[in-house]
Design a protein around this ligand. Sequence first.
Ligand SMILES: Cc1ncc(COP(=O)(O)O)c(C=O)c1O
Length: 359
Amino acid sequence: MQLPEHGANPHNLYATLGIEQPIRLLDFSENVNPAGPPDSITKMWPSLRDLLTAYPNPKGEPFLSAAADYHGISTDYLFAGNGAAELLALLAERYRAKRAIVVHPTFFEYEATLLAKGVEIVRVIASESDGFKLPLEAILEAMTSASVLYLCTPNNPTGIMPERTDLNVIIRHGAEVGCEVVLDEAFIDFVDESLSFIAELKKNPHVIVVRSMTKMYAIPGIRLGYIAANPSVIRGIKALAPHWNVNGLAAQIGAVCLQEEQYREQAIQYSNREREKMTRFLIDNACNVTNSVTNFISFTLSSSRDSNKLYKDMLTRGIVLRHSQNFRGMDGRWLRIGMKNDASMNILKEELLQWFAEN
Ligand SMILES: Cc1ncc(COP(=O)(O)O)c(C=O)c1O
């Protein structure tokens, strides 16, 4: 069964599998903030119309300066892109025909973008039996002969945030052996901004941080993200990007989103609360759950139950979970749940309870 490579777009999933789509459809396979975009975006909506008729600012202003203020750094350290996905594709060119380490299970796009540039991939697999903890020794060893290490912090699909002490050891080692470190902080907004490595970039010119505006601000359709890195890295990425790569609406929306401190705080609290409730529910029903700190979790069933059957049965009931067939080290045995609103979480629990009773 060939499943789509990413979550979201459930209509596509049903069409691919030839399953009739139920009228009630709840999509837990994507993991954007269930609160929806901040109210300020809805209010400013009519004013965005005027931006349609003007070419956007080529640097992605006013977003770029807003991001610089948010992180307390200069705009020389930042480059805005059409979503983190575009930035990962641009970044991969930096490692063309070199060697990169990818620590699995993790986000599919690292390998996809690197392989497209002829990069040799060294795979380090975090072990399921060790709770998918970072395999530190294996990573340090692989770094001695690689140009770059990609890490997702916190990691998609496990939601696990590597220990800061481990990250510090890895980053110090990278400086010693000449291995750059790319940190994908797409989900760090749901954890704690003070854990971001952006504040450490001046001292660590070999570290590159990728950020997405999609997840926290629930704006996947507008496409906006940024890279934070040493100015020479930024200049290299900028040279590869098309002119006007960030549209004017995205640049305006992103600048407003970054001012939304209270919205962010509420989202973190909500995500923590729902994740903890769902984790408890799954553990109470004999599941194994990742130690996530963000707005999604992954879980697997006890050995007597079949995750593939659960996945398909849930689709027929209009519940879309994220499969793990293309997450190396999970290989279909795990399923990921993005936190949604209260009502949806309750329906999910009811449907799961029924399935557990029948299987
Ligand atoms: C870990 C991670 N990084 C980056 C991205 C891409 O985000 P964007 O929507 O900004 O392209 C995703 C999207 O799912 C993701 O899960």
